[in-house]
Structures are given as C-alpha cells and as structure tokens.
Design a protein around this ligand. Structure first.
Ligand SMILES: *Cc1c(COP(=O)(O)O)cnc(C)c1O
Length: 245
C-alpha cells in the first residue's frame, strides 16, 4: 500500500482554517502530480474534483480562493443551497450521489456533470429535463465492479449495452465511466479494479464511442487510479479532513 503524509490532512475545523485548507489542497495537487509522473502520465491529464459533501459554503470558498473550481456533491438539497451561496464564484458542479428518479430535474438544472448514471431511465430524464438554454449535461456511467448490495452502478455487461443508447440522447453528453471499488488498503487490489474500469472504457471506445473521462480514485486510492488511467480523481477527506456525517 502506498502511504504518504498527505493521507493525513491537517484538521480543517480548528484555527487558521483557510490556510490549512489551502495547504491540504496544495498537498493533494502535489500527490496527484507525483502519482502521474510516477506512472508516466502528464500531470495535467488528471483533474482534481473536490468532494465537498457535508462542507459549508465558507469552507468551499476557502479552497475556491486557493484556485479550486470543480466541486462534487452527493446530497441534493445541501448542494443546491451551496450553488446559490457560491453563485458569484463561477464553479463547475458535479453530482456524485445516488440518483432517485424524482430528483433528476433538480440535478439537470443545477449541475454541469453527473458521475452516477446507472440506468437508462435516469439518463433519459436528465436529457429531457436539461434546460434548453444550457450546454448538454456531461455524464459518466457508474460501473459496479463487485457484488456489493445497496451500492449504485451498472454491471460491466449492462454498461456495454447502456452506453451506446445514452450516447445518442440529445441533451446529455456521455463522457466516460466512473467507479467506486470495494474499499481496499492493497495497492494491487485497488489497481485491479481500476484496470477493469479502464478496460471497459477501452471496449466502448473500440465500439466507436468518443469517451475521454475515467472518474476514479479517492483520498485512499488515488495513486492506483492514476496508474490505471484516471482523468478525474474525487477527493474529499484529504482536502477537508474527516467528515462528521
Ligand atoms: C465522498 C465521496 C468521495 C470522496 O471520498 P474521500 O475518501 O473523502 O476522498 C469520492 N467519491 C464519491 C462518489 C463520494 O461519495
């Protein structure tokens, strides 16, 4: 397993908070760059998505000031309040939570990206409900790589049939795949899952789909994800500290 000091962010809830958050952000950027170089990838090929679920708008504003622009959220109402509170900031909002079909309209109206599409009905609704005045919604299909009850995601076989259909919907733009593998501390095990996701993406590309995104890797496994080809890593704890909820 890869361990590094950056796995233990300084506590962002006590004194000098903006400065601590900015330091955690810089340390995370450095960790991404180091992993990219180590696995022969250009550092700019891996984007950092800050997962800000459970964090206040004030905390988010601190890392916005330090240069972060892409934020990921899982709880819809909380996210919409923050979209409003940070409307002066020109942020890009990513939805990374599980999607209930009665929530698709709010998601289609408030986000630029959705990483967790796992069935056709959801993709169709997002496409229908995406406001005509905006760019198409960027979407990734969430892949479920192991049998984990209650977890979102389509099986690899389902993804192969789902992707070409979603790619033809008018108001969403299929960008690639997203995965959250079962938690593991072992680099090789993490890498094995991430490689499966990458291979699935390659199969879809061979079928003619133009995909450019692999959303994979979190605070505990972003090195393995980058080794396997991640283009977006989704990082919460390493930037913001441990979540209370
Ligand atoms: C919370 C969350 C993350 C961030 O996880 P950390 O371990 O805190 O970095 C990434 N992706 C998704 C989908 C999440 O819900």
């Amino acid at each position: 397993m890869l361990t590094s000091p950056q796995n233990s962010p300084t506590d962002a809830t006590s004194g000098d908070e903006p400065q601590r958050l900015a330091q955690n952000l810089v340390a995370t950027q450095a960790r991404i760059a180091a992993a990219a170089l180590r696995f022969d990838r250009p550092p700019q090929a891996v984007a950092l998505l800050a997962i800000s679920k459970g964090q206040s708008a004030a905390v988010m504003r601190s890392i916005y000031t330090a240069g972060q622009r892409d934020f990921g959220e899982s709880y819809l109402q909380e996210a919409i309040d923050k979209v409003d509170a940070l409307s002066d900031c020109n942020l890009t909002w990513h939805y990374v939570g599980q999607i209930q079909s009665n929530k698709t309209r709010l998601i289609a109206e408030h986000f630029q990206w959705v990483h967790t599409v796992d069935r056709l009905r959801i993709a169709e609704r997002l496409s229908e409900q995406r406001p005509a005045t905006t760019q198409p919604l960027n979407v990734c299909i969430q892949v479920k790589l192991a049998d984990e009850p209650g977890k979102g995601g389509a099986s690899p076989a389902e993804v192969l049939t789902l992707a070409p259909v979603i790619a033809r919907l008018p108001r969403v733009r299929l960008r690639g795949l997203m995965c959250i593998p079962p938690p593991s501390e072992q680099f090789d095990e993490q890498l094995g899952y991430f490689k499966q996701c990458r291979q699935l993406q390659e199969s879809l590309t061979l079928q003619g789909l133009a995909l450019d995104t692999l959303s994979m890797g979190m605070s505990g496994d972003l090195e393995a994800a980058i080794a396997a080809g991640a283009t977006i890593v989704r990082v919460g704890t390493a930037i913001f500290g441990a979540r209370s909820k």
